[in-house]
Design a protein around this ligand. Sequence first.
Ligand SMILES: Cc1cc2nc3c(=O)[nH]c(=O)nc-3n(C[C@H](O)[C@H](O)[C@H](O)COP(=O)(O)O)c2cc1C
Length: 169
Amino acid sequence: MSASATAPQAFDARQFRDTLAQFATGVTIICARASERRFVGFTANSFNSVSLDPPLILWSLARDADCLSALESAQRYTVNVLAAEQVALAHRFSRPHEDRFAGVDYRLGWADAPLIAGCVAWFECRHHSQQVAGDHVLFVGEAVTGERAAGRGLVFHHGRFGTTVALPE
Ligand SMILES: Cc1cc2nc3c(=O)[nH]c(=O)nc-3n(C[C@H](O)[C@H](O)[C@H](O)COP(=O)(O)O)c2cc1C
């Protein structure tokens, strides 16, 4: 059967979101220093790998996000890959909060941005490139260093948080 030449039915925003929701992702918190006394951070599931050599990653941020200007000017930042036990952090960093970092256990590394305790992996990145893509800005970063820990990652699927279950081989 040959492909239809007629225009496909319009794909509205709801259908686009519902179709995307079938794609399970991990969940990260991306952080950077905004000033001497302040960090920014937000929950992101747009994180993904791009290139192995050099090691590049990507993520996107809404153009109306409060933390956009700080992240656009950050030369270094961290990507914290959340563990299954960190749903509360995923909520905190995606909702209005007086101080998202208050009471959060973190340390600073090469990127001078929070490396949050209890995660299953951490990347410290150098800014590589960014471009406006629709209502988001697409960021590509070079992963300069990283670490991982044992544990199950947090997963976002069908608009809900979960974790992985290995299937029998
Ligand atoms: C699981 C999950 C994943 C998200 N992923 C993204 C993302 O990749 N990009 C984005 O712009 N917002 C994403 N958000 C929404 C932001 O975390 C949220 O809008 C946040 O408040 C933005 O930071 P701001 O407070 O500085 O505006 C996600 C939210 C959730 C719950």
